[in-house]
Design a protein around this ligand. Structure first.
Ligand SMILES: [Zn+2]
Ligand SMILES: [Zn+2]
Length: 296
């Protein structure tokens, strides 16, 4: 499955959700905001320039499983009904995502890449595209490895990808929506908003991407489903203030460069006291440790 194909589906889902979100929004909200334009530009960089390089990496991982690690290619769901294959992909991809997501929050060199996604100050149907191309490798792998191991049929994989992209984009919309009783099973826009919150009590909560059971099982669930906090990262250096397409592309390039500058400053020049990963941009886990240390 080509990453280009996957990301093109994601853009199409965003456009559909943009129409839905804006028809639900309060009167007077503009269709194009600085955040939305920058997020679309970050997505374009990811799609057009860098994903091409990453395609080979993801496809070679699938090839590796097929030809070099055949015992991993279980074919467990080959010949099973389509609905069963779909559920198997859903659960396997989601658990893989949960693990990758937690690793990104607890490892500083990975967090600076994930911080690009968390830097959004307002959700919109393009926010899901605000992820660094190198972080995208992990997401593409989380969607590519389970089908390679489990087997199944391509039409079910494509159906899964379409619905999965739609859901990932939906939970990043600026919608105060909890989906009624579905909120006890699935991640909703309000549930995921807690994960992006700037409030300390929400740090390191609600990591799940699709099913909230992983947060419940691993103790990372924030059980109040009704909050609607501010989002973003205080101190993050790229701040979007203009809806001009040229400036939006400039901000997007700033996001692309941020993790490299942060890592360079942190690892190559620590003696000079440059720490581009400022306290506010440090991983939530590290901020919590620092806070407890200051209190004790
Ligand atoms: Zn996160
Ligand atoms: Zn998110």
């Amino acid at each position: 499955m080509s990453p280009y194909f996957s990301l093109t589906i994601a853009f199409a889902c965003s456009l559909l959700l943009l129409v839905i979100e804006r028809t639900q929004a309060e009167k007077g909200r503009p269709w194009i905001t600085p955040n939305l334009l920058t997020d679309a530009c970050v997505g374009l960089i990811r799609l057009v320039i860098v994903s091409g390089l990453l395609s080979g990496f993801v496809l070679s991982t699938q090839w590796l499983i097929h030809s070099e690690i055949p015992f991993l290619q279980t074919g467990l769901i080959d010949g099973q009904p389509a609905w069963l294959q779909f559920i198997a992909y859903f659960v396997a991809v989601d658990l893989t995502f949960y693990v990758f997501h937690r690793v990104m929050h607890s490892t500083k060199p990975l967090w600076v890449f994930h911080a690009v996604h968390h830097s959004a100050r307002r959700f919109n149907p393009m926010t899901n595209h605000r992820s660094h191309p190198l972080e995208e490798v992990l997401y593409l792998m989380s969607r590519a490895i389970p089908p390679a191991i489990l087997g199944g049929s391509p039409p079910v994989i494509i159906a899964f990808l379409v619905i999965d992209h739609f859901w990932s984009i939906l939970v990043h919309c600026d919608l105060k929506v909890n989906l009624g009783p579905l909120k006890y099973v699935f991640v909703t826009p309000q549930y995921h908003r807690i994960h992006h919150s700037i409030e300390l009590q929400h740090f390191d909560k609600n990591f799940a991407g699709r099913l909230i059971i992983w947060d419940y099982l691993f103790g990372t669930m924030h059980s109040n489903f009704h909050e609607y906090p501010e989002i973003g990262i205080d101190g993050y250096p790229v701040v979007e203030e203009s809806a001009s397409p040229m400036k939006a592309m400039g901000y997007a390039i700033g996001h692309f460069l941020y993790p490299f500058r942060a890592l360079w400053a942190h690892f190559a020049k620590p003696a000079k006291g440059h720490d581009f990963v400022r306290d506010e941009v440090k991983p939530p886990t590290e901020q919590l440790f620092a806070l407890h240390a200051n209190r004790s």
